[in-house]
Each structure stands twice: as C-alpha cells, then as structure tokens.
Design a protein around this ligand. Structure first.
Ligand SMILES: Cc1cc2nc3c(=O)[nH]c(=O)nc-3n(C[C@H](O)[C@H](O)[C@H](O)COP(=O)(O)O)c2cc1C
Length: 379
C-alpha cells in the first residue's frame, strides 16, 4: 500500500505537504497547471497587487555558484560548480488583478482538490491601502482560492509602507492581518521577513491580528558580489545595484534558525517552512521543528521551472523516511526536535578536570604559542 503523504494544514487537506512558493514557478496559469500535473500538494501564486509594477531591465534572478576545491564564489557560468544561492530583485507580479482573477477561477475549476493559495500585497499607510488588501482578498477567494498568503516580507521595496517594511513592524503586521481577516472567508497565512531582530515579535503581531499560519521565510536582504577584475557588481544595471533577496542552499541554516525561534515560542500555531529546500532531508528539518507544510522556490526554478524532479525527490524521500521510522502520518514526526534547540547555557560543558579553557584550541592563539602551551602541562 502506498504511504499516505496527506496533511491537513489550517483546515485544508493537501495531497502532500510540498508547495511551490510565491515566485516565478507560480507566475502564470500554465506554470501552475504544470505544477499540479507534476503532483505538488499546493501552490502559492506569485504575489498579486493593485499598484503598477515595472521590473528592472535585464535578469531578475541570478545564481551564485561555488567552485569545489577553491574559495571562488561567482555568478559567472562555469563548469563543475555547486549552487550557493539565488539572488533576485524581482518585484511582485507585473500582471494586474484583472489578469489573475479569471485564471484563478479556471485553475480551481480544473483542479478542485489541489490547494491554490493566493499571495497578495498592498500598502499600510492609510485606510485606502487597507481596503486594497480586502479587495485583493475578496477577488481571489471569490474565484476559489483556498487560502491567502500576505506578502509582508518582500525585501526590495522602496515604499516604507509595503513588503518587509510592514513585516518589520509588529503593529502594522497586526493591523494588516486584521483588515484581511475582516474580509476573508478562507485561512490567512502571514509571510514574514527574516530581517528583524526577533521574528517571534512580528509573528505574535500576526496571530493577534487573526492569522491562521506563518510562512517563513522570504529571502534575506543581500547584494551581488563585486567582480575583483572589473570592479563591477556581478549583477547591475548601468553599473548600479540595489538590495535584493538571497535564497537557495545558503539560507537553509538561517531559515531553520528563524523557524526554531517561531515554533519554540508558539508551539500551538501553524507554520509553513521556506528557505533552501531541494530534497526531503532539507524539508525534514522544518517538519521536525514543527512545520505542517513547506514551500520551495530556488530549487524548482532550476528544475524545468516548476520542479518536477525536486517534487519526486521530496515525496519519495518522505515515503521512504516514514517507512523506515514506522511513521504513519506527518503528525508522528512533526515537532519531534522542536525542544532540542535550547539557550546556550543549557548546553553541557565539560567538567572542571577536563576543561582547559581556550588553551587547547588552535585559532585562539598563534600556532607556536598553542604548541608551546600544549607541551607545558597545566595543573
Ligand atoms: C525570483 C524570485 C521572486 C520571488 N517573488 C516572490 C513574491 O512575489 N512573493 C513572495 O512572497 N516571495 C517571493 N519570492 C521568495 C520565495 O517565495 C521564497 O520565500 C524564497 O525564495 C526562499 O525560498 P528558496 O530558498 O526555496 O528560494 C521570490 C523569490 C525569487 C527567487
């Protein structure tokens, strides 16, 4: 009998807990239908807004790659490299709400049992902007969207009342979430930014406003590297660059650190984990910390635009792990390692007899000093 990968998250039933994150893989009807055909449990649409969007000239995403056996990191295409991260400065969807509405309706009619989450974004500076959130929410749910994800986390926005500038202010997070909840008949997920001091503060704001789940994280603010020969940023337009977002393998450890903070502080809430996932071992980190679903972007972009092979690895890996450990559903392993992340002082120290401070550790002293100290017994 096939292993049961279904999950229920914020009251919605998913065929598997793997979603495509809001990004290029979900920017069009054809991509989303291809994703459902490939078997993704759900998709979060590219973020939809009411304000006009014009992207930068040239590439909107680049990939930073490492060369094995060397310290080189570069976006330059070259053979034998390993992916380090994605870097993007793409804005939200440049298609209008009117473009999206019939497409959401058509997709849901064709795939009534697949979960379609509409990602939406507006400002927060005045009542008109809050009403824009409600307009977006109503339009998407009326067409059959199963849930709404609030983009409170886009890292490259000049407007001080939008994107991660909302996500950095717990009161604004709360106000926006509450405004959407007033209009929403479907679950509302708040997608937070990692670039705050304590993400738990903003998560509490979202839950105070009535959020049903937190999605974390969006990309980390970052710049492309400067080419040491040309002295130009590896990605630039007319020599200029602006802050963009880092995704992919490089952010996996940072994103799970954010998730550990969230699930530890708020163990009874729902979380969708995002950041650096390309195979089940990566996703398992998020599940063991307490997430009920996970989302994928960078790895899918590099795999036929919507990640059919990534999904096959995720589902096969989950089925294999469940069989190996004797788990019958995600609830048998969700949160299993949440309580293993503790404050530093709770980590065991060696006892007095064996502890020799930093004296044994190279790196705390010049090699000759360390060697000399090693040859002098300390009592
Ligand atoms: C090119 C690109 C465009 C993105 N656009 C959006 C967006 O419109 N809305 C959003 O919430 N997140 C957006 N993201 C962020 C992703 O959904 C995801 O949170 C992030 O890439 C981390 O996941 P990853 O490590 O799997 O890439 C975008 C990411 C990339 C690379």
């Amino acid at each position: 009998m096939a292993t049961d990968l279904t999950v229920t998250f914020t009251g919605l039933r998913f065929e598997n807990p793997f979603l495509l994150a809001s990004a290029p893989p979900t920017e069009s009807e054809s991509n989303i239908t291809r994703a459902f055909d490939a078997g993704w449990g759900g998709v979060v649409t590219k973020t939809i807004g009411l304000h006009p969007v014009t992207n930068v000239d040239g590439p909107k995403t680049k990939f930073l790659r490492a060369t094995p056996d060397s310290t080189q990191l570069s976006m330059k295409k070259r053979p034998g490299t390993a992916l380090h991260s994605s870097w993007n400065w793409e804005l939200i969807s440049d298609k209008t709400l009117d473009w999206w509405v019939p497409r959401i309706g058509r997709i849901k009619k064709a795939y009534p049992h697949r979960i379609l989450v509409a990602s939406i974004m507006a400002g927060s500076g005045n009542d008109e902007e809050l009403r824009a959130w409600q307009t977006l929410a109503r339009a998407c749910q009326d067409e059959g969207a199963d849930a709404l994800e609030l983009n409170l986390s886009c890292p490259h926005m000049d407007r001080p009342d939008m994107g991660s500038n909302i996500g950095k202010d717990s009161e604004l997070v709360s106000v926006v979430t509450q405004a959407v909840k007033e209009a929403a008949r479907v679950p509302v997920w708040a997608k937070l930014t990692p670039s705050t001091t304590d993400i738990v503060v903003e998560a509490r704001g979202a839950f105070l406003g009535g959020a049903d789940a937190i999605s974390s994280t969006n990309t980390f603010p970052s710049l492309p590297l400067i080419d040491p020969e040309t002295l130009e940023f590896e990605m630039n337009v007319d020599g200029y660059v602006s802050s963009g977002g880092l995704g992919g393998p490089a952010i996996l450890p940072q994103s799970i650190a954010k998730m550990a903070q969230l699930t530890h502080a708020l163990p009874d809430h729902a979380f969708s984990g995002i950041g650096g996932i390309a195979e089940f071992g990566h996703a398992l980190n998020y599940f063991l910390l307490g997430c009920g679903t996970v989302q994928v972007c960078t790895a899918a972009m590099l795999d036929h635009a919507i990640g059919p092979n990534v999904l096959a690895r995720l589902t096969a890996g989950m089925a294999e792990a469940m069989e190996r450990h004797g788990w019958s559903s995600i609830e048998d392993f969700r949160g299993l390692r949440r309580d293993r992340v503790v404050v530093h002082s709770k980590i065991r120290r060696p006892d007095g007899e064996t502890y020799r401070g930093g004296y044994d550790a190279e790196g705390y002293a010049a090699a000759e000093t360390a060697a000399a100290e090693r040859s002098t017994p300390v009592r």
